[in-house]
Design a protein around this ligand. Structure first.
Ligand code: NAD
Ligand code: ZN
Length: 381
């Protein structure tokens, strides 16, 4: 039988796909979302794509009274609401800490002190908690290095080197036990969210799961928000015949997962008792470079443009990180989409959208705030 489920941030990208899959399988869904202007535009109304059977409540996760009403009669809370953006979080600090940390505090304060029926909580966490991923050194085996030293980056040497022997190292899958090393306010705020949720859930015996999403892409990711999601940012540039802007040399690797796969993984964690109080990576387990992402998108749009590789380091960025998905795989999760198949979906959708690419302004803002490192290496070298 279906459950009554609250999805915070359910008007957003991942949240709205979560709503669709929940309703499709027979759950009753309520969305709680403040329609953050950076994501939904100024004076936004409920997005058209939001499933018609979902109940929509406009509200802020920091507003205890409103939030309490939204929680009152639900059995599950999926907490996806957040400010999302690594670079921006390094100067818009209050904005990130208040929604992500305080908002999660409000959720748990309600769950601990008010009457409710909540039996399980899923909290959206992030691969950004890891900082750098795991690597293999030919001499030292598996290593979990700290961020690359600034002196190395200033010389335009982008690849990770072994901190012991300075040999170049190869990325390997990153598992949930890897030591966390947050390199941005966003990552730290998501870590706080995760730690508070698991700690309080456990103490009050409300089964809680932290889902560490890797880089998610797909239809409905905001094309006008220059701070989130490389795939969406590249789409809005390419659509407008501008070259996608790429930091470093473009060979940094991530784990790009199609939103439909990601949501399937998260619903599996919701349904499985063995996930309770656990932490799970949700990714594809396969690395792809940022340049590859840009090139596949350019090809799918059929445009004749070259990515603008700027050979500069953006503060807080890591070199490589992709998921070890054995833990969620043991519960039965297998991602279905290859990168190209998954991106076809995104391109078909974004082709029909009106998008303003404000990525240059976003980059300029980072430069003004001293968050982009000037390097010795010349563009194009
Ligand atoms: N997109 C990714 O690749 C990715 C990766 C790792 C983790 N995550 C996490 O997944 C979750 C969803 O991200 P997304 O990519 O769908 O982003 P999104 O911006 O599309 O969705 C977030 C939603 O939260 C809402 N929101 C923001 N502040 C709020 C507040 N104070 N009160 C109520 N609602 C608020 C926004 O209006 C938006 O609809 C977030 O928690 C994010 O940290 C995303
Ligand atoms: Zn070594």
């Amino acid at each position: 039988m279906g459950k009554r489920i609250l999805v915070t941030g359910g008007a957003g990208f991942i949240g709205s796909h979560t709503v669709d899959q929940l309703i499709q399988r027979g759950d009753t869904v309520r969305v709680y979302d403040n329609l953050n202007p950076q994501v939904h535009g100024e004076n936004a109304i409920k997005p058209e794509y939001l499933h018609s059977e979902a109940e929509f409540i406009r509200g802020d996760v920091r507003n205890r009274d409103h939030f309490k009403k939204a929680i009152e009669d639900v059995e599950v809370v999926i907490h996806d609401a957040a400010e999302v953006g690594v670079g921006q979080s390094m100067y818009a600090i209050d904005q990130y800490v208040s929604t992500n940390v305080q908002g999660t505090g409000v959720l748990w304060d309600i769950l601990v002190n008010e009457k409710h029926k909540v039996e399980k909580v899923l909290v959206a966490s992030s691969m950004s908690l890891y900082g750098e991923g795991s690597y293999q050194c030919p001499e030292h085996g598996k290593i979990n290095p700290k961020p690359r030293p600034e002196s190395q980056l200033a010389d335009g040497k982008w690849e990770m080197l072994c901190p012991e022997c300075a040999l170049p190292v190869c990325p390997i899958p990153t598992d949930e036990d890897k030591e966390l090393n947050c390199t941005s306010v966003y990552a730290q705020s998501k870590k706080d969210q995760e730690v508070y949720s698991l700690m309080i859930g456990k103490a009050h015996q409300i089964p809680t799961v932290a889902c560490r999403y890797f880089n998610c892409y797909g239809p409905r990711q905001s094309l006008n928000n220059p701070y989130t999601g490389a795939a969406a940012i590249f789409c809005s540039a390419i659509k407008n015949d501008s070259p996608p802007l790429i930091y470093e040399d473009g060979h940094q690797r991530r784990d790009f997962i199609n939103v439909k796969d990601l949501v399937r993984g998260k619903l599996l964690l919701l349904d499985h008792q063995d996930s309770n109080y656990g932490i799970f990576n949700i990714g594809t387990g396969k690395p792809s470079s940022i340049l590859e992402l840009a090139e596949v998108l350019i090809e799918l749009f059929g445009k004749n443009i070259c990515p603008d590789v700027i050979y500069k380091f953006r503060n807080g960025d890591i070199r490589d990180c992709y998921a070890d998905i054995s833990k969620i795989n043991d519960l039965g999760f297998v991602p279905e989409f290859t990168l190209k198949q998954g991106l076809e979906d995104l391109v078909a959708w974004s082709d029909k959208q009106h998008a303003i690419s404000s990525v240059k302004d976003a980059h300029q803002k980072l430069v003004e705030k001293g968050l982009v490192l000037e390097t010795q290496q010349l563009a194009g070298k």
